[in-house]
Design a protein around this ligand. Structure first.
Ligand SMILES: [Zn+2]
Ligand SMILES: [Zn+2]
Length: 149
């Protein structure tokens, strides 16, 4: 998914951090993943590109990405919170319950839900986080192939 390296490099620089080989490995691993990763999984994936990478660098880089709104939080099948780079400014995720692949969709009409939530709780609703679960095309095809005699 999209991760604007130049933008990230500028934000790092603004915090006195350089786009080092280690940080670049973290960003590339994150940009390359088809499913969401926990910080530890991201660490493992990025270490394949840069074996001397430290876990602190992973967390610090994720912190910066989070601050600039470049991260999306996803509830994955095997971890309660995984991370993906953001591609669209406002989008939601659908996660495959079999393989964990994540896709984004932009259609959302949650006005009725928001209004109902506001009525029930008295809160003024300002934002929402929406995630759907399903079977991706590959896993769905695999399942229906298995069912055939
Ligand atoms: Zn799948
Ligand atoms: Zn939405």
């Amino acid at each position: 998914m999209a991760l604007d390296l130049q933008h990230v490099a500028a934000e790092l620089a603004a915090r006195g951090l350089r786009l080092t080989r280690q940080r670049r490995a973290v960003l590339e691993a994150l940009a390359d993943t088809p499913s969401s990763l926990s910080p530890l999984q991201l660490y493992e994936a990025a270490r394949e590109r840069c074996p001397e990478l430290g876990l602190t660098t992973v967390y610090r880089t994720l912190e910066v990405l989070d601050e600039i709104g470049a991260l999306r939080r996803v509830h994955g099948p095997d971890h309660c919170e995984g991370l993906m780079p953001v591609s669209a400014a406002h989008a939601h995720t659908v996660v495959c319950s079999a393989c964990g692949r994540v896709a984004e969709f932009t259609a959302c009409d949650v006005r009725r839900i928001s209004a109902a939530a506001a009525r029930e709780t008295g809160y003024r609703i300002t934002d929402h986080f929406l995630q759907l679960t399903g079977l991706c095309d590959r896993c769905a095809a695999r399942r229906s192939a298995k069912r055939r005699p």
